[in-house]
Design a protein around this ligand. Structure first.
Ligand code: GDP
Ligand code: IMO
Ligand code: MG
Length: 426
């Protein structure tokens, strides 16, 4: 695969948890650099290899393949305490980071009071709550956009002074929200400051210069998206979204690269669909089939442990995601989870509340009824397959239909959580 001097972007096309971490790890050997460009510890990217399982939140999934530079870009929001525990775990398990992980000075910091604000805003919304991960993501990005943020580059001599000024502002906001649960704040702050001290051991860089210099010297970069297109703050199921641009354009703003540097755009989807948190999900299944998908796919959140809502693949939604990202290659994950179903369905259109049918993802997403096409299940255990020639006929029919509908080839098919359970198609 020719990747030199280019930035390839890999991102989720659904509501997150598509399996981005696994595929970034699989593709890393083809790249010199792996970079995160948005999101923060709301992400949970799971990797499995050599009988070990790792869950990454803020650290790029390229960290396990030796000799690569890993970058946390300016578009990311970072919680020092969570970063420290994640990094120390990795170091304990024999994966040293300090020399190969660079952090943008322009990345914003998530403070303990951002997490309280997250909880306070959710409580104020009541039954309309977003169902956030509680990691302070929204409040940290709000401070960034309202020009009140604290950045990695602020970690310098008079850092504590700056911190106190931000905290004071947050406390008055919490007061106006009627929030009075401050138990554990002092301990959280102590741990957070410990995290800040630990972060000082890392390289803080001007990552936009670093990435562009690497590109000029012919190096290749893989950008690792977090969340998914349906959680994008502009194009997702607003307001039930995260607070960053999860789409391909986010890689340009979150790393400081020109759009002309972008090469392949890898769009990842599951063979079905899941969502965690509140908000519309047209193909959600509330019956035994949904439960079966959840059980077989172990669909429980990597960060919060919450049950993921499960449903059939939604091609109207995916076609929209392909469009707003400019996807050039598709990757289909968790195909093995559907190995034992008599019938598999794919949503090929929506019926709107006025009775009209559409295949264009509409603004009024909470008032649509999915129109399904049915496929015969393949009823074959594919999890041990090693080549695409082994795929059963009914599975090929399903894959071909998706490719035709979405007008993009599916280049990688994943058939299990392990690094080795990956079929790269010719
Ligand atoms: P991410 O956030 O996009 O990186 O995805 P998560 O790690 O949150 O969720 C994906 C889950 O599915 C993880 O538990 C993975 O280990 C697992 N997984 C990834 N690919 C496959 C696959 O092809 N089959 C099965 N059965 N599990 C997979
Ligand atoms: P990865 O990278 C799935 C969801 C939350 C909530 C909404 C807003 O592992 O795919 P936030 O804490 O960001 O303010 O929450 O977004 N959410 C995710 N869902 N995967 C994720 O990340 C998510 N990150 C946030 O559940 O509905
Ligand atoms: Mg995840």
């Amino acid at each position: 695969m020719e990747t030199k001097g280019k930035v390839d972007v890999l991102l989720g096309l659904q509501w997150g948890d598509e399996g981005k971490g696994k595929v970034v790890d699989v593709l890393t050997p083809d790249y010199d650099v792996v970079a995160r460009f948005q999101g923060g510890p709301n992400a949970g990217h799971t990797l499995e290899f050599e009988n070990q399982k790792y869950v990454l939140r803020s650290i790029p999934s390229g960290i396990f393949q030796g000799g690569k530079v890993n970058i946390i870009g300016n578009g990311v929001v970072l919680a020092p305490d969570l970063f420290m525990s994640e990094a120390q775990e990795l170091e304990k398990s024999g994966h040293p980071l300090k020399d190969r992980l660079h952090i943008s000075k322009k990345a914003h910091l998530i403070m303990p009071t951002h997490r309280l604000l997250d909880r306070a805003y959710e409580a104020a919304k009541g039954k309309d709550k977003v169902g956030t991960t509680g990691k302070g993501i929204g409040p940290a990005y709000t401070d960034k956009v309202s020009r009140n943020g604290l950045r990695v580059g602020d970690i310098s001599d008079n850092f504590e002074e700056k911190y106190e000024a931000h905290k004071k502002r947050h406390l008055s906001m919490l007061e106006s929200l009627g929030w009075n649960e401050f138990d554990g704040l002092a301990e959280a702050e102590r741990k957070w400051m410990e995290g800040v001290a630990y972060m000082r051991l890392f390289h803080f860089v001007d990552s936009e210069h670093e990435v562009n210099n690497l590109l000029r010297s012919g190096k290749s970069v893989l950008c690792e998206g977090a969340q998914g297109t349906m959680l994008d703050v502009d194009f997702g199921s607003y307001p039930f979204v995260t607070s960053s641009n999860t789409i391909c354009a986010g890689a340009c703003t979150g790393l400081g690269i020109g759009p002309n540097k972008v090469g392949e755009v890898y769009g990842i989807m599951k063979a079905y669909c899941t969502r965690v948190g509140s908000g519309p999900f047209p193909t959600e299944l509330f019956d035994e089939t949904g439960k079966k998908i959840r059980d077989l796919g172990h669909e429980y959140g990597a960060v919060t442990g919450r049950e993921r809502r499960c449903g059939w693949i939604d091609l109207v939604q995916l076609k929209y995601s392909v469009m707003v990202n400019g996807v050039t290659k598709l990757i289909m994950m968790k195909s093995d989870v559907l190995d034992d179903f008599d019938t598999i369905k794919a949503c090929v259109g929506y019926r709107l509340s006025n009775g009209e049918e559409t295949t264009d993802f509409p603004y009024e997403i909470d008032h649509v009824t999915p129109i399904y096409k049915e496929f015969k299940g393949w009823k074959t255990d594919m999890s041990h397959f090693t080549a695409e020639e082994q795929f059963p006929e009914n599975f090929r029919t399903y894959v071909q239909f998706l490719e035709t509908y979405l007008e993009i080839p599916i280049k990688i098919i994943s058939i299990g959580p392990d690094r080795a359970q990956t079929i790269i198609r010719k």
